[in-house]
Design a protein around this ligand. Structure first.
Ligand code: ADP
Ligand code: S3P
Ligand code: MG
Length: 172
């Protein structure tokens, strides 16, 4: 069954946009991070703290594969790192998957993440100056994987509704 997969850097809006898109196109939304948290009954922060990032990436891969193999039509909101580990980007090329990269500038990401970092272990402890540099470098490293997506939607200066409508057009 069809899977619509939203990917992109932390803070680009995957979870927010997927939630709204789900209501409009009437396909259920599953957030990969939430599914991971439910599976082992720990928050993302606690998984990183107790078990480390490598364990998280393994779990993330397993849950992503489970979702892709589920018999339902689904919108899947990935974590920012999902396409960049365990060859997950190859899974985006499956016939039943439509992948959409929500592309945000460093400035947009910085503005959104600066007030919203406590639940994101990779940036939680960073100062403002460190954040800007970290996002710039990290986004550069990850762009290769994000650019594997079938479609790209720019999210800068758009409302949630505008981005959702752009995705609806791409999917039509
Ligand atoms: N136009 C917008 N589109 C999407 N998110 C926005 C927008 N403006 C502000 N935000 C905020 O940015 C944050 C995006 O976070 P989230 O949806 O969790 O992104 P991701 O899942 O990609 O990390 C949310 O706090 C959301 O309310
Ligand atoms: O970019 C990353 O490596 C991560 C992004 C997070 O998801 P969001 O992109 O939804 O914040 C979450 O999976 C974890 O904190 C790691
Ligand atoms: Mg998210």
């Amino acid at each position: 069954m069809r899977k619509i997969v939203l990917l992109g850097y932390m803070g680009c809006g995957k979870s927010t946009i997927a939630n709204k898109l789900s209501k409009i196109i009437e396909i259920p939304f599953v957030d990969l991070d939430k599914k991971i948290e439910e599976k082992i009954n720990l928050s993302i922060n606690a998984i990183f703290e107790k078990h480390g990032e490598i364990y998280f990436r393994k779990l993330e891969h397993e849950v992503f594969v489970e979702l892709l193999n589920s018999p339902d039509n689904l919108i899947i909101g990935l974590g920012g790192g999902t396409p960049c580990y365990a060859n997950n980007h190859e899974l985006l090329k499956s016939d039943n998957v439509t992948s959409v990269y929500l592309k945000a500038s460093i400035e947009t990401l910085f503005n959104r993440l600066n007030h919203n970092k406590s639940k994101r272990p990779l940036i939680a402890d960073k100062s403002e100056d460190e954040m800007k540099e970290f996002i710039a470098k990290h986004l550069f490293d990850r762009s290769f994987y994000y650019n594997q997506a079938q479609y790209k939607v720019i999210v800068d200066d758009k409302t949630v509704e505008e981005t959702v409508m752009d995705i609806v057009e791409v999917l039509a």
